[in-house]
Design a binder for this molecule. Structure first.
Ligand code: HEM
Length: 142
């Protein structure tokens, strides 16, 4: 069974992304990057991105440019301090609130640490994003 299925499929991804986004907006540090660029479809796109990583349909790749587009969006922002840790804490809390299966939550928590480290690694102003990057795939028991 895929992590996507174990977590509850597309409705669960949407609930996760929605809860997560609310937590980011309520965080005094995480709120800043969103204050001047608010895409109304952000929650849906985030749900599609995570759904695909967890083994669901490849919507983010076919409609939004895939993993490399996500990396480019965050790259060279000069993100500072504990923003990555705050992002992880919001994700874990959102998963706790929206994903019933504890094994799925554990796998997703391991994933978000890995993913946040990757995103943060391209944050320095002079970081160079590769020309292509495959969509990550994360399973229930990696
Ligand atoms: C480390 C701290 C992070 C911050 C502060 C942050 C912030 C943001 C912001 C401001 C946007 C643009 C939203 C918009 O255009 O309205 C965005 C988009 C996005 N982020 Fe992050 N992000 C972070 C890490 C991550 C990570 C680790 C992932 C994946 C695991 C991720 C996945 C995405 C995706 C898929 C989008 C595009 C969604 C869309 O089209 O709106 N982000 N992020």
């Amino acid at each position: 069974m895929s992590l996507f299925e174990a977590a509850g499929g597309a409705p669960a991804m949407l609930a996760l992304a929605g809860d997560f986004h609310e937590r980011c907006l309520a965080d005094p540090v995480l709120e800043h990057p969103f204050s001047n660029r608010l895409n109304p479809d952000h929650v849906r796109h985030l749900a599609e991105y995570w759904g695909e990583v967890f083994g669901g349909p490849p919507v983010f790749s076919t409609e939004h440019g895939g993993h490399i587009a996500m990396l480019r969006l965050h790259a060279n922002q000069g993100a500072y301090g504990d923003i990555g840790d705050r992002f992880i804490a919001c994700f874990d809390a959102a998963a706790e609130a929206t994903i019933a299966d504890p094994a799925a939550r554990r796998a997703m928590s391991a994933y978000i640490r890995h993913a946040t480290a990757e995103v943060m690694s391209y944050s320095p102003r002079d970081a160079v994003v590769p020309p292509t990057a495959p969509m990550p795939r994360w399973d229930l028991a990696p």
